[in-house]
Design a protein. Sequence first.
Lengths: 354, 301
Amino acid sequence: MSAARQIADKGGARWSSLLRATAWLLLAAVVATPLLLGEGYRLPGGVGKNYLLTIGIFTGIHAIIAVGLGLLMGYAGQVSLGHAAFYGLGAYSSAILTTKLGLPPLLAMLAGIMLTALIALILGAPTLRLHGHYLAMFTLGLGMIVQIVFNQARGLTGGFGGVRNIPHLGIGSWQFDTKPEFYAVVMLTLGVTLLMAHNLVNSRSGRALRALHESELAAAICGVDVARSKLQVFVISAVLASVAGSLYAHFMRFVSPGPFGFVFSVDLLIMVVVGGAGSIWGPVAGAALFNILSETLGKIGEQVPWVADLDIVLFGVVLVAVVVFLPRGLVTLAARRPGRARGPAIQPEAQAEA
Amino acid sequence: MSLTDQIVQYLVTGVSIGAVYGLVGLGLAIIFNATGVINFAQGEFVMLGGMCAVAFTGLGMPLIVAALLSIAVVTAVGLLVERLAIRALPRASIITLIIATIGASFVLKGGAKLLWGPEAVILPSFSGHAPLHIGAAGIDPQRVWVMGVALVSVIGVQLFFKYTLTGKAMQACAINRSAAQLVGININRMVSLSFGLSAALAAIGGIVLTPVTMMRYSQGATFTLTGFLAAVVGGLGNGIGAVVGGIMLGVLEALAGGFVDVATRGLIHSGYSKAIALAVALLILWLRPQGLLGRRERESA
């Protein structure tokens, strides 16, 4: 039994209710810290409120995507190498529709969701019926094409220069134009995402997905529509990436092609794998660790220049080390008990083929 | 210049860059057939080949010595990647292994940046810059080197698989692992060999291409991605398919770059050439998931 399921299953959880309550309180405290911190107060290392809020916002935005990607990898056993493209589609939809057509932010976000879902359906429907990692190839190709379009469709996307002056996120006259407000919005969206993911995993289709995770063949024999379940998760994960992209656009108020390339797709993969695919909290932990680590390296790099060049190597080493020593990701640490069977992190269909 | 001359020029450009995609794709296919893993560090081997060759010639070595030494170094790196990222994970799933190779690619890319810095480097052309003429079309002689060396390498690999005992053992391993093990083939050694051979092929591609396009530490991913699509379009199970796929992608890209502006009256400009080649590749995959030369795969259960 995986660590993730032990946490997720109400019946299987062996955490005492006290421990559980403490964990929730701790989490609430961590999330609330950047909001409650005084304006002039400095944490060790000169970290102030503003900086903490920014890291929190980016962690939240990344976590929203990572949770979806975690569902796709952990439950459907499929890899997407192009989630940065869905993130970018959301961001550019919001950017273009609000600045060029003057659409309200929420409507633009909805348009982005629909566009992304449509593209995910077109890509996923034929590929997820096949064995092997076709989805990885198609999402990879999509990512490269979308990146080229962002750079080249200058009339629409502004090319290299991007889209500027994106309005604040707001509902009617209620504008989320300060950092604490936006942080709250991101955390709320992440909360809703986690709740949805939790319900999905524990619903009928969630059980189907878990059956898929164990053995695709057995699931199919039990009457699970394998292809449909996988497609459902894929579309959900793409939509989550699009929502995160819209949030990014309204936070930065500027988008350019850079952040939506293959590098970010791989970053997302790192967050999910390091945190632990196949659990809901794992990708969140992965996103937090990724952001904290890259910020810390950046800070050190300001003083010691060669450290800044070390980041790529370090991420590579961390990635390999985690898959070698903690194949189920960081969540294993939280749920580690003696005598628990350990196995490979993700069990894709490829094992059945071997 | 007449239209035919233009086409000749674009074809040479396309075939030469496509030949390198093909070498990467061939390497990917060899590793895929031995392990079922898609090696995301493959493009890094191309980059390392080019960078090493520049570094060694910079030390005053003659080109041929520098090239051979670079191939040896990159082959060793390939063996090391197999040892650290693949063999260390004996019971891991395919996805986990793929992610391990992504980690390896990060280490190589970051290492190259630390060692050689972020600037692009260039190698002198092997035989000068005086263009060869076919009709009115002028052709960079280095591109002829790229095509020639790639052709020789591909033929070499085919002969190796067909006529040597080790090559046959690797093929047997790709067709049926357990059966190969039963007849006494050392699977681990074959997997090692597949990584070494793939790394060497990629390094060759990198060395001959560097005088044409220059080389930068961050360029590996592009080769992996395009080589991967080339291999898939050609049929991953089939080495020659990868080469055909690579050349097809290269030619499509070059022709689209040359003619799409005129053909669509400026509606789609040449910046989209790579996107067009990729879209065609995905369309082919969509229609023929097994690739152009691949065998048909069974549908889902």
